[in-house]
Design a protein around this ligand. Structure first.
Ligand SMILES: NC(=O)c1ccc[n+]([C@@H]2O[C@H](COP(=O)([O-])OP(=O)(O)OC[C@H]3O[C@@H](n4cnc5c(N)ncnc54)[C@H](O)[C@@H]3O)[C@@H](O)[C@H]2O)c1
Length: 336
């Protein structure tokens, strides 16, 4: 009997590997998330009426999150620094959904102003009575070589991406643990799982987030109704390159490059909402060849470094030549 079970298990291994191979070739998300997207709960049913707080809601992934959540019927708290942009996003959400004006709270917030976070969380909780989901999405990236980058830039990246996120999380988590339920979803990155050239500080800040939330998840085992979820997208269309830190604080990037070759924002956000609706704890969302690397880093890191080093060299060369660094990853180079 034991022998039969053992041989059955051995037969499952090639099947398991085959499934992963198919995922490598055709998928744009990890296997668990894709499975949830086919068989799991739909965001339209699961997220309807829930109160969702989105940081970094004024552009890119955050704006699209607001848009798709509004269509699901979620009530929203929209935060970022620029109130006028948040009002624009709010009107866009009202136009595409059945939500009423009072269903969306515009709550300007600077992730760097940590002393304001308690008051902001209080305002959000008082307005709707509770928060079901916090999506920690606000953040900035980096495009600069380590040797040329001021330590002030590294500090700014950690202050914003890591400490700003931790600070808001702590305020909302207190409320959720008291209530006994809630979800904290954090937009990390592919750079939170592996290194990315020209983004040493950004990658460090996202690794810090991964470490923090993976540990927090373990710490909350006595609160099974609190979901801690991290999202690791590969390149996605947004303003992220345009807004990236460079070698010096306040120095804009010379060329942001074309974003068209990246994953459409709507697809990334749809997968995120599927993951949230199905309590997926870690989501990998990326087009190929990036998704392949996620798996390679997991299963065969030395081989993965061999592959990524080839691409990294080209990326750095592009950057030094004043071209769009990201074009190194695509056969059809986008250099302007
Ligand atoms: N676009 C990608 O390729 C990609 C890939 C992986 C992860 N991400 C992550 O996705 C998240 C969203 O980025 P995006 O791609 O939409 O870029 P984006 O630049 O379009 O949006 C970033 C958002 O963060 C906000 N923000 C920046 N500084 C802030 C501050 N001090 N206080 C409050 N809000 C602030 C911006 O106003 C904006 O709303 C980020 O955490 C980013 O690291 C993006």
């Amino acid at each position: 009997m034991e022998c039969c079970i053992a041989s059955a298990l051995w037969c499952l291994i090639p099947l398991y590997l085959l499934v992963h191979l198919l995922c490598f070739m055709f998928a744009d998300a990890d296997f668990t998330l894709l499975w949830a997207s086919v068989t799991g709960h739909r965001p339209e049913t699961k997220l309807k009426s829930l109160v969702v707080w989105v940081t970094g809601a004024s552009s890119g992934i955050g704006e699209e999150l607001a848009h798709q959540l509004a269509r699901c019927g979620s009530r929203l708290i929209l935060s970022a620094r620029r109130e006028d942009e948040l009002n624009r996003v709010k009107h866009r959400c009202l136009d595409c959904s059945n939500l009423q004006d009072e269903d969306i709270l515009v709550l300007p917030l600077d992730l760097l102003e940590r002393t304001s976070h308690e008051e902001k969380a209080k305002t959000a909780i008082q307005y709707f009575g509770h928060i079901d989901i916090l999506i920690n999405n606000g953040g900035r990236s980096q495009r600069s070589l380590c040797l040329e980058t001021s330590v002030d830039v590294y500090q700014a990246l950690m202050e914003l991406n890591f400490l700003g996120t931790v600070s808001i999380t702590k305020k909302v988590l207190t409320h959720m643990t008291r209530r006994g339920s809630g979800s904290i979803v954090t937009v990390s990155s592919l750079a939170g799982l592996a290194g990315v050239p020209l983004s040493t500080g950004y990658s460090a800040s996202k690794h810090a987030l991964q470490g923090f939330f993976n540990s927090l998840r373990n710490e909350l085992t006595d609160s099974p109704n609190i979901l801690i979820s991290t999202v690791c997208p590969g390149p996605v269309q947004s303003q992220i390159v345009h807004n990236a830190f460079t070698e010096e604080l306040n120095k804009p990037l010379a060329t942001a490059g074309n974003q068209e070759h990246k994953m459409p924002t709507s697809r990334c956000v749809h997968l995120m909402l599927v993951g949230i609706s199905n309590s997926v704890k870690e989501m990998w969302i990326a087009q190929q060849p990036f998704l392949l690397f996620y798996y390679a880093w997991q299963y065969a890191p030395t081989f993965a470094w061999l592959l990524t080093n080839l691409m990294s060299r080209k990326r750095v060369q592009n950057f030094k030549a004043g071209l769009d660094a990201d074009s190194a990853y695509f056969t059809k180079a986008k250099t302007h």
